[in-house]
Design a protein around this ligand. Structure first.
Ligand code: NDP
Length: 451
């Protein structure tokens, strides 16, 4: 049995009941196979075995009181996976599906993503099975305060700097940060995604979506193609999806889909600037549903269906895909239908939105396939820039941050492409991103000895 197969088998034996985590381990470790020959020192120091075990995983009780005066209990998580190259960094997710498997998979992926950005950030992730949907502002605030009442002792500007993710946007970050400051009596850079008035960075809200489009543009350029004039499918309608749409519009594409957990809209005329402004208001201020978009603009709404099911069933022609909702939203059958319907470039705004079968389909069909850890790294990259600005106690202009973001996405693309070439599978961004991200972390772990 190869060392890689041995590590995967050990995870399957020890991490029973954690399917998402095991899927991520399998995807990453399999692609690291070519590094084994080149790095006997990694093998000797058992780096492959060590990297799949988090430094620590914290599980805690979050008790809070709802508007009816009832006591509610949620589970809170923070998995600090690896800080070899910098303080732990990774988002907080509030969604009913959150469990230790999901947080571990996200924290594991975050190690390699953060390394790829070239910024000094380790990998972590956290969250809760709390569902902010349908809760009043007061309930969300009391939950965030109860969550921070335990989390604060595990984080710090040089220890662990969380950010947002699904269900954690500007409102939640504000409540979390306000309560942290109240407890520790220090105004310090312990969260990113903060409001502009209190230490946030320009372009942070836009960064993941913009970055996913910049990454797609980089991939397209390798085939002398561009974003302009292409038809794009986007899933989700949250932070990542919204700013993916905005950047696509700026670069001349025609976005035609969006979704939420109730269903999918298809707007073949294109989601234009006016409709985009409506979506921002609908989702961020009125906290409404995509079905309202369908009613307003008289376009089809496919209830309880995800974007990729709709593309398959309605035979929708698309050029580009930006899955931006959640993990495993694209299965093999959907991937085959997307390719058949003309899709030749997939840039993942979400984390692990394509299952292993779908990834295999994209790679074997020659699709330009940008895995999440490369394509959506723009968010954490600008979080890193937020930390730098906080440390220097200054703010860069929108243009400066956006230019740095573009440069980082260009460099991530280059290093993934070059690593794929160096290891004999040019253009396979899965292998390239994993190897480029892993090598830096592994060399640091090696330097530290057995710790
Ligand atoms: P938001 O909470 O802002 O939006 C999530 C969107 O996806 C919503 O439209 C939501 O619908 C939909 N969604 C979530 N879960 C499900 C589900 N199980 N079934 C159907 N629809 C679902 O999150 P973000 O936009 O921030 O995050 C989206 C993805 O991008 C996630 O995978 C996240 O990990 C990843 N990501 C985010 C980054 C960031 O900077 N925000 C950085 C890097 C990656 P509904 O409102 O109905 O729940």
């Amino acid at each position: 049995m190869s060392i890689i197969q041995d590590v995967i088998a050990s995870a399957q034996e020890k991490d029973i009941g954690q399917p998402e985590f095991l899927q991520a381990v399998q995807e990453v470790l399999t692609s690291l196979e070519p590094t084994v020959q080149k790095h006997p020192d990694f093998v000797k120091a058992k780096i492959y075995h060590r990297i799949i075990v988090p430094d620590r995983a914290i599980l805690f009780r979050v008790p809070w009181v709802d508007d009816q005066g009832e006591v509610q209990i949620n589970r809170g998580f923070r998995v600090q996976f690896n800080n070899a190259i910098g303080p732990y960094k990774g988002g907080l997710r509030f969604h009913p599906s959150v469990n230790i498997s999901i947080i571990k998979f996200l924290g594991f992926e975050q190690i390699f993503k953060n390394s790829l950005t070239t910024l000094p950030m380790g990998g972590a992730k956290g969250g809760s099975d709390f569902d902010p949907k349908g809760k009043s502002d007061g309930e969300v605030m009391r939950f965030c305060q109860a969550f921070m009442r335990e989390l604060y002792r595990h984080i710090g500007p040089d220890t662990d700097v969380p950010a947002g993710d699904i269900g954690v946007g500007a409102r939640e970050i504000g409540y979390l940060y306000g309560y942290y400051m109240r407890i520790v009596n220090r105004n310090e850079s312990v969260l990113t995604g903060k409001g502009l008035e209190y230490g946030g960075s320009l372009v942070r809200p836009e960064a993941t979506g913009y970055g996913a489009v910049y990454f797609a543009a980089e991939m397209l350029a390798t085939r002398k193609q561009e974003i302009s004039g292409k038809v794009a499918a986007i899933s989700g309608s949250g932070n990542v999806a919204q700013y993916t749409i905005e950047k696509l519009l700026q670069m001349g594409a025609r976005p035609i889909t969006l979704s939420d957990s109730n269903g999918t809209i298809v707007d073949e005329a294109g989601i234009d600037r006016e409709k985009f402004e409506y979506i921002l208001d609908l989702k961020n201020y009125r906290r409404g549903r995509m079905s309202e978009y369908a009613e307003k603009y008289k376009v089809p709404f496919y209830a309880n269906q995800c974007v990729w099911d709709v593309i398959r069933e309605q035979n929708l022609k698309i050029d580009l895909a930006f899955p931006s909702a959640h993990e495993n939203e694209i299965n093999g059958e959907n991937a085959r239908a997307m390719v058949k319907n003309g899709c030749f470039c997939v840039s993942e705004g979400a984390n692990m939105p394509s299952n292993l079968d779908a990834v295999h389909e994209f790679l074997s069909s020659g699709v330009l396939y940008g895995p999440g850890k490369a394509a959506n790294a723009g968010g954490v990259a600008v979080s890193g820039l937020e930390m730098s600005q906080n440390a220097m106690r200054l703010s860069w202009s929108r243009e400066e941050v956006d230019q740095r973001l573009q440069r980082i996405m260009h460099n991530i693309h280059q290093s993934a492409l070059e690593a794929s070439e160096a290891y004999g599978c040019k253009g396979n961004y899965v292998v390239g991103a994993n190897i480029a991200g892993f090598t830096k972390v592994a060399k640091s772990m090696l330097a530290y000895g057995i710790v």
